[in-house]
Write a protein that binds this ligand. Structure first.
Ligand code: ADP
Ligand code: MG
Length: 238
């Protein structure tokens, strides 16, 4: 696991300033939940950490090392999306092992790693299935399995549960926290769901219009919101 330090990061798309000087330090092992309204820059911040976009200015450090010039594959970070992004023609086992095959990991070793990840996620019986033969919750588990086989230093989750029904969301909230703890990972979890934020976060990072409004424990934000935006977000029903 590794700390993530974001130092005065700005991101402009043409004339539009999306991130307006973000400073954020996420501790090693922390589960940070990034909240804010649609369009405020949450996904952009994750993409910058993952290296899928370059910052316009500022610095990003992972595990104390500056990564701004490193390509995504060298950052040791795994991203989990809501859209699952599974390969439709591959079965569960091959979806999970794909990144290891690209790294030329020996077949027997891949089977061992994928087997262990599958057991953690309750996917043992589904190895031969194709994504279309899975429920939404099962697909989300495979997407998480694909992330954990790479043994990353950090996980970035971008609204991973938004396509699931309420009951499955509740179960997956619990499972994602458990995986985070079991793996000793550092996680940044994006959501616009107040309940996910309040129940999952070690600390909540509240963002609006490309500016971080407040960082604190769920209780701190609830008891002592820094401004009307934070109060409205934390206080309003899901
Ligand atoms: P969020 O995830 O909080 O909903 P995003 O980070 O996806 O917000 O987007 C923030 C803003 O940046 C939006 O106004 C969006 O239209 C804009 N944006 C995101 N990516 C691009 C891009 N590649 N080119 C131009 N504008 C973009
Ligand atoms: Mg987004």
């Amino acid at each position: 696991m590794a700390s993530i330090d974001i130092k005065n990061v700005r991101k402009d798309f043409g004339p539009v300033s999306v991130l307006k000087g973000v400073d954020l330090a996420i501790a090693s092992g922390e589960f940070a939940v990034l909240v804010g309204p649609s369009g405020c820059g949450k996904s952009t911040l994750l993409r910058l950490i993952a290296g899928l976009e370059d910052a316009s200015s500022g610095e990003i450090h992972i595990g104390g090392r500056r990564v701004d010039d490193l390509p995504p594959r060298d950052r040791d970070i795994a991203m989990v999306f809501q859209s699952y992004a599974l390969y439709p023609h591959m079965n569960v086992r091959d979806n999970m092992g794909y990144s290891l095959r690209l790294k030329r990991t020996p077949q027997a070793r891949i089977a061992e790693i994928v087997g262990r990840a599958g057991a953690k996620l309750g996917l043992e019986a589904l190895g031969e299935r194709k994504p279309r033969e899975l429920s939404g919750g099962q697909r989300q588990r495979v997407a998480m399995g694909r992330a954990i086989v790479r043994n990353p230093k950090a996980f970035l989750f971008d609204e991973p549960l938004s396509n699931l029904d309420a009951r499955m969301r509740e179960q997956m909230r619990f499972e994602i926290r458990k995986l985070h703890r079991d793996l000793g990972a550092t996680s940044v979890y994006v959501t616009h769901d107040q309940i996910e934020a309040m129940t999952m976060a070690d600390r909540i990072v509240a963002m609006n219009a490309g500016i971080i409004q407040q960082v604190g424990t769920p209780l701190e934000l609830y008891d002592d919101p820094a401004n009307v935006f934070v109060a409205g977000f934390i206080g309003s029903p899901a």
